[in-house]
Design a protein around this ligand. Structure first.
Ligand code: GLN
Length: 468
């Protein structure tokens, strides 16, 4: 009930697309009975959570913040959502995002932008006397899972699911000051997550602490027969986090290529401070090189557009959601439905993807990008096999920008740059987590990213827990 009240009180954030009040109250009552009898289903029983509105939910509208899917009510529930519900967790609502999860600001959905709760703290106001008007000087949440990050940061959900294809869970997690995990590719089922880039998508977990994240990961991971890319993990020990972690046993790599243009002085200082903190505590800290990282943005964008072009073909006006009134021919129906249904970001990616996939371009773009992807993954493999356990990097270039700055035309290009520290990890399928470590001079959260080896999510969480 408190969470539902909190959702109402923070409506100005625009974090939720739908609030599942009735369902939540019913689930909460059932959880209450179990807890009163001293028989909880597990650690998540009765815990309120929210999910990004690109996870399918039976009988609950699933929009992807797109006109195209307005009114679409799926006949099934995504595996990861079902697993939480089966553990007694209480779904309070579905959260706002960039249309079809394409973006890094949560400013491009059909329901309007999400506002970062930190815009309304007296701390931010004090540090920014010029940001006098909360209605025009608010800062973005980052994206594309900005609604989920805002929900956790503003205390209307204890947990939230996002999706992470190129950084969409970690980027808003970092800008909103919450813990955000992108698990290893294959660890969590993608069944029911409306695809953006199938070969990179993973469900992401946002919460207020690494411990909560670890508990949730333990519940969600595992093989799902409905997603053939899921892998079997050895039976995890009872405790969500390893008990025998000693920071003196680990080697932390600091990739030199991550000193990217545009990295703010404040974030750089924070990165150095935490690296020194590891060193003082007895960890080995070593500079490493990931030479192909510089190509990851272009590589990501070619592959992303190609998979988008193919994935979006299903939205033709016949099977899901929106259908145009123009029915003069099948082709006209397809074309006008897609013109009316998708925003310009989605349409641009479909066009680019189809261009890259043309017979005469396929080798030059798609195949080259696949080869580059292999080299980027190989960089990580080499560094990890040289004895490095985790990599420490910034998550974003700086703290959150104001909405006003973000929507400036040339900053749109910058928004692609924003994923510079997060995308390589998706290309390589590795686990990564962002943890809030301090506040910037503007009074906004700064997070740092840890990157782990494939399927070593538990070790990654142990290091994150230490750093927290
Ligand atoms: N910003 C990236 C994009 O627009 C990442 C999106 C994501 O992770 N869902 O593709």
């Amino acid at each position: 009930r408190r969470c539902l009240q909190r959702i109402k009180k923070t409506r100005h954030l625009n974090a939720y697309i739908s609030v599942t009040e009735e369902l939540a109250m019913r689930q909460a009552q059932e959880a209450d009975h179990r807890l009163l009898r001293g028989k909880p289903l597990g650690p998540l029983d009765g815990i309120p959570f929210s999910i990004k509105d690109n996870f399918c939910t039976e009988n609950v509208e699933t929009t992807c913040a797109s006109h195209m899917l307005r009114g679409y009510v799926p006949p099934f529930t995504a595996t990861v959502v079902q697993k939480l519900v089966d553990q007694g967790a209480v779904l309070v609502g579905k959260t706002n995002l960039d249309e079809f999860a394409m973006g890094s600001g949560s400013t491009d959905g059909v329901f309007g932008p999400v506002r970062n709760p930190w815009s309304y703290t007296s701390l931010y106001r004090t540090h920014n006397p010029h940001a006098a008007d909360p209605d025009s000087d608010w800062v973005i949440t980052g994206g594309s899972s900005g609604g989920s990050a805002a929900a956790v940061a503003s205390l209307s959900s204890f947990l939230a699911l996002g999706s992470d294809t190129g950084g969409s869970t970690r980027n808003p997690g970092s800008l909103c000051g919450v813990v955000a995990l992108k698990p290893s590719y294959g660890l969590l089922s993608r069944h029911g997550l409306i695809p953006l880039v199938n070969s990179m998508d993973v469900p992401g977990i946002m919460s207020r602490s690494v411990h909560d994240t670890a508990i949730t990961l333990k519940v969600l991971q595992g093989v799902d027969e409905k997603d053939s890319t899921t892998v079997k993990v050895p039976d995890p020990p009872a405790a969500a986090l390893p008990q025998d972690f000693d920071v003196r046993d680990i080697c932390v790599g600091v990739p030199k290529e991550y000193h990217a243009p545009g990295l703010s002085a404040g974030t750089l200082r924070e990165w150095n401070r935490v690296a020194a903190m590891f060193e003082r505590a007895g960890a080995q800290v070593r500079e490493v090189s990931l030479p192909h990282t510089q190509y990851s943005i272009v590589c990501y964008h070619v592959l992303c557009c190609c998979e988008v072009a193919s994935n979006m073909a299903r939205f033709d006006g016949l099977q899901y959601g929106h259908r145009s009134a123009v029915e003069s021919s099948t082709e006209a129906l397809y074309a006008t439905t897609r013109h009316e249904g998708f925003n310009d970001v989605v349409r641009r990616r479909i066009l680019s993807g189809n261009y890259f996939l043309l017979k005469q371009n396929y080798e030059r773009y798609f195949v080259k990008a696949q080869q580059m992807r292999r080299l980027i993954a190989e960089d990580f493999r080499r560094v990890f096999s040289s004895g490095v356990d985790v990599l420490l990097t910034p998550t974003t270039l700086s703290d959150a920008q104001t909405y006003r700055d973000f929507i400036q035309e040339d900053n749109r290009t910058r928004s692609a740059q924003d994923d510079i520290f997060t995308q390589p990890v998706n290309l390589a399928g590795l686990p990564a987590i962002t943890v809030p470590t301090s506040l910037s001079s503007r009074g906004l959260p700064v997070g740092l990213q840890l990157i782990g080896q494939h399927l070593q999510d538990r070790k990654l969480l142990a290091v994150a827990h230490w750093m927290e």
